[in-house]
Design a protein around this ligand. Sequence first.
Ligand SMILES: NC(=O)c1ccc[n+]([C@@H]2O[C@H](COP(=O)([O-])OP(=O)(O)OC[C@H]3O[C@@H](n4cnc5c(N)ncnc54)[C@H](O)[C@@H]3O)[C@@H](O)[C@H]2O)c1
Length: 405
Amino acid sequence: MANLPENRGVQPHAIVPEGVHLLRAGPSCHLDHSDNGYNMQPLDNTRIAVIGLGYVGLPLAVEFGKKYDVVGFDIRETRIHELRSGTDGTLEVSPDELSAASRLSYASELDALRNCTVFIVTVPTPIDSAKRPDLTPLVKASTSLGKVLKRGDVVVYESTVYPGCTEEVCVPLLERESGLKFNVDFFVGYSPERINPGDKKHRVTTIRKVTSGSTPEIAEFVDRLYGSIIVAGTHKASSLKVAEAAKVIENAQRDLNIALINDLAMLFNKLGIDTLEVLEAAGTKWNFLPFRPGLVGGHCISVDPYYLTHKAQQVGHHPDVILAGRRTNDGMGPYIANEVMRLMVRKGINPVGARILILGLAFKENCRTCAIRGWSTSSRRCATTMPRSMCTTRGWMLPRRTTST
Ligand SMILES: NC(=O)c1ccc[n+]([C@@H]2O[C@H](COP(=O)([O-])OP(=O)(O)OC[C@H]3O[C@@H](n4cnc5c(N)ncnc54)[C@H](O)[C@@H]3O)[C@@H](O)[C@H]2O)c1
């Protein structure tokens, strides 16, 4: 909300988003004073832009688009055309759900964002070939947003990053491009996403959401904005860094738990013990966690731990445990390929010239894609380990599905 009339009389630092009115004002302030320093106004006039309409961005834009004016923005024009025609190729949102978002429009031109007051960034955060964070999409999105940012606007990041990334990488770009000052002219929030592609039970609105803001007032505003669509409720973290760290450790923890079971599965294989029978027996204890062995792929679990280990190494901490888990899980593709070849040879099947049927090839249940970050890392490895005959152009034989968020 840039320069709204109600803000006249409020001190210059008090440029706040629509819905948040600072009341700690000078003597000429015509607003009520209050102990907590601000007073929440209705959110109704908030105009939202969602930047990046993939697995995370589209379902979010749809939910907000039922209640607020929303522009869904993506640099891929084909994606915009597809959504305008009423279909979602990721299958996350049905045509009926798309049309229920009556206040959602789509755009690939930056100009369409000029009237928005809240910008939610949901662009990819992959890793490069050296497994370092590749912040290119985040940098490009922040640079673009800086060109349309106005006084009073709020930018909320949802992309998974390492603790500190929003303030260290994104905010300076927003400041540089807009010429505006952080926490004076514009504000930032961080609210990580926990959706699980293909999962029709855990949806955007039914998963509790962590929120945060660059000032206490903005944290409250961001929390209230998400709280207006998330029926499962929100958890307001004390800072952007806490919210960033919370997201990345959720996936690092899952990765490590699976790595332990993968390690055990390889050991039990050597010992001639059935892993699932062992897990079933151990699972009768009340606090034994029910993880299963398998490939770790997907957009998140095979990638996010590297964001954390990158930051850890930057500050001189060597994250031995996290990296060990990554090594184990990244090695499962070649391990399984070798095991398959060993079994084929034992059964007298020559892998050279063998024809293989792959059933249910996807990075996880009910998902259309397989060539995404975590998967492609494993598949490339696997493809180099297995004879050509065992690899198709679209994948390779899997003994069980990959594990993802
Ligand atoms: N997919 C998941 O299960 C999941 C779950 C939780 C969190 N996340 C995180 O959410 C973020 C987004 O993931 P996703 O799975 O939705 O990615 P995605 O690849 O499905 O979609 C990202 C979209 O952003 C668009 N994009 C890229 N650069 C852009 C730019 N500069 N401006 C505008 N649009 C741009 C792409 O065209 C694409 O449509 C990532 O940080 C990811 O780690 C993903």
